[in-house]
Design a protein around this ligand. Structure first.
Ligand code: GCO
Length: 264
């Protein structure tokens, strides 16, 4: 088995939401496998500059672009700039996302729509405009970041589950429509990871923290670096005949019904 299968040298990888968290962890993996990382965020230019400096400090070729993945005109302009400055995008990781934890009966419609907009519509927008050059070049890799909530519901995350469930099916449809152009579209479904997004439900003593430890066969929260290998696999030649699948990196959560809290 040649290690070359996993070599991303010279590939250009756009990872949305890659200034921190899981996006940064996956982008670092792709960068250390040789890819040029296009760092994206929408909060502040300073945050993007700081992230680019961090990538570079680890020997990764990184360039930052600030744009809102939910704004189609910003996406069109950004992709045009990226491709004219760096070259065609070979790998797209649709990672940018938000979550709002509110019981459905209390959730404002505007908040529900915002979650759907960013977590589901935005991957469509960005993919629609990146895939054009992939189709012309008859090659490309698209990786949509799904979730446990692509398969399971949970109190207070209904909008997020609707978006991530939709993203799983959008992944399957992208695969259906674009595989004939030698474009592989797949998903990664992270389990519960120690990030800023989960920090509020991970604090010591928080009932959810104990619940997740008990619900996860690996009996721990995931480390963001645990996602790098799957991202490299789905971005590389090693997955050239893999299409429409979501690879769950979840410590075993989806494999089990769980166990009583008093059972080891
Ligand atoms: C939550 C968590 C989850 C995780 C992840 C699980 O509130 O349940 O934030 O949504 O972040 O998406 O796959």
């Amino acid at each position: 088995m040649s290690i070359e299968l996993f070599n991303l040298k010279g590939k250009i990888a756009l990872v949305t939401g890659s200034t921190h968290g899981l996006g940064m962890a996956m982008a670092k993996g792709l960068g250390k496998a040789g890819a040029i990382i296009v760092v994206n965020g929408n909060s502040s230019q300073q945050k993007i500059d700081d992230a680019v400096a961090l990538y570079k400090s680890e020997g990764i070729h990184a360039v930052g672009y600030k744009f809102n993945v939910a704004d189609e005109s910003q996406v069109i302009n950004a992709i045009s700039d990226i491709q004219s400055q760096l070259g065609p995008i070979d790998i797209l990781v649709n990672n940018a996302g938000i979550i709002k934890r509110t019981p459905l009966e209390e959730m404002e419609v505007a908040d529900f729509k915002q979650v759907i907009d960013i977590d589901l519509v935005s991957p469509f927008i960005v993919s629609k405009h990146v895939v054009k050059s992939m189709i012309l070049r008859k090659q490309g890799k698209i990786i949509n970041i799904c979730s446990m909530m692509s398969e399971l519901g949970r109190n207070t995350v209904g909008a997020y589950a609707a978006a991530k469930g939709g993203l799983k099916m959008l992944t399957q449809n992208m695969a259906t429509e674009w595989a004939k152009h030698n474009i592989q579209t797949n998903g990664i479904g992270p389990g519960y990871f120690a990030t800023s997004q989960t920090a509020p439900i991970r604090v010591d003593g928080h009932p959810f923290n104990e619940f997740i430890i008990n619900r996860t066969p690996a009996a721990k929260w995931g480390d963001p670096d645990d996602l790098a290998g799957t991202a490299i696999f789905l971005a590389s030649k090693a997955s050239d005949f893999v299409n429409g699948h979501v690879v769950y990196v979840d410590g075993g959560i989806l494999a089990t019904i769980g166990k009583p809290s008093n059972e080891n």
